[in-house]
Design a protein around this ligand. Structure first.
Ligand code: PBG
Length: 323
């Protein structure tokens, strides 16, 4: 027994624990992903994500104002169009659901929050891939970049403060940066989904956006077995002008997140994805986990591993819990 070695001394009272607590999670660290669907009369629940809905334009505005009042740091918007085609035309149409909803949010919220948009084609294509296909049915990287450039400009014109290219095409950050600058949108930022893995945890998202995908995304998203590749992707995105980078999913990629935080010269985000949400909600529904304690513990872990900000479907709830 060595009486001088008593780490428990610092855990004895709530005041001591508060004094030595290293990691904070504040509402401003949290970004709420939201879905807006074309042609709905009322919000439609997403069964695999209890508590999350596809919004109408109206309910989106209200939920966004509530989230901002709760203190969230930003909103990330996904669009669910009524019709799909091979090019994902709805993504670049100024009257497309995502673009009109972005304009709604800016009209409602101005600069009170950071309005972000998912810059990716998968919600809009009839084959469900994140890009356009070549004659052999493979995702055509460079043809997709041309579509991303158009989509980025449409989203900037609609009023997005920050774009989130999530398709993992090579060169997407540089292409989007150049297109934005040429169109005069030098102030619009890029939150690059730099290290995005081909993950089973995106399962419930397919329902959330009514995805048409038949195959998988392994030819463009990363292999969960690889960590080094994430560092290469991050370096490229930084060189291409990313204003912030992201690791996705979050909870089973804490090592990648910690490496990213060490390497990055810009803020680092972690995306706690649909399956991570569903997993905890399912356990809560069974009475097996306590929602608030569990969610705050995971968010704290993501911050401890190095995330400056976290995209989470609990953002508004957690902002209220954390006050
Ligand atoms: C692609 C995109 C996906 C998610 C965010 N952006 C789906 C995918 O890559 O298959 C998943 C988010 C989640 O699961 O919560 N536009």
């Amino acid at each position: 027994m060595f009486p001088e070695h008593r780490p428990r001394r610092l855990r004895g009272t709530a005041a001591l624990r508060r004094l030595v607590s290293e990691t904070t999670v504040r509402p401003r660290h949290l970004i709420l992903p939201m879905f807006v669907a074309d042609g709905l009369a009322e919000p439609r629940p997403i069964s695999s994500m209890p508590g999350v809905v596809q919004h109408t334009r109206d309910s989106l505005r209200k939920a966004a104002v509530d989230a901002v009042q709760a203190g969230v740091g930003g909103l990330m918007l996904f669009g669910v169009p009524r019709t799909h085609d091979p090019q994902g035309s709805g993504a670049t149409d100024p009257e497309g659901v995502l673009n009109v909803a972005l304009a709604d949010l800016r009209a409602e919220l101005g600069d009170d929050t950071v309005v972000m948009a998912d810059t990716c084609l998968d919600e809009f294509t009839d084959h469900g891939h994140c890009g356009v296909l070549d004659a052999e049915g493979r995702v055509d990287n460079d043809a997709t970049l041309r579509r991303y450039a158009e989509m980025a400009v449409a989203q900037a014109e609609a009023g997005a403060h920050v774009l989130g290219p999530s398709g993992m095409m090579d060169g997407q950050v540089g292409t989007i940066r150049q297109a934005l600058d040429q169109a005069g949108h030098t102030d619009v930022g890029i939150l690059a989904y730099s290290a995005k893995y081909a993950s089973a945890f995106y399962g419930p998202f397919r329902e959330a956006v009514g995805s048409q995908l038949a195959g998988d995304r392994k030819s463009y998203q990363q292999d969960p077995a690889n960590a080094r590749e994430a560092l290469r992707e991050i370096e490229l995105d930084l060189a291409e002008g990313a204003d912030a980078i992201m690791v996705k999913p979050a909870l089973s990629y804490l090592d990648v997140l910690a490496d990213a935080a060490e390497l990055s010269t810009v803020p680092v985000a972690a995306y706690q994805v649909s399956g991570e949400y569903a997993m905890i909600e399912a356990a809560v529904a069974n009475g097996w986990l306590e929602r608030e304690r569990t969610v705050v513990e995971v968010l704290t872990s993501l911050r401890r591993a190095g995330a400056d900000m976290v995209l989470t479907y609990w953002a508004a709830d957690a902002a209220r819990w954390l006050g």
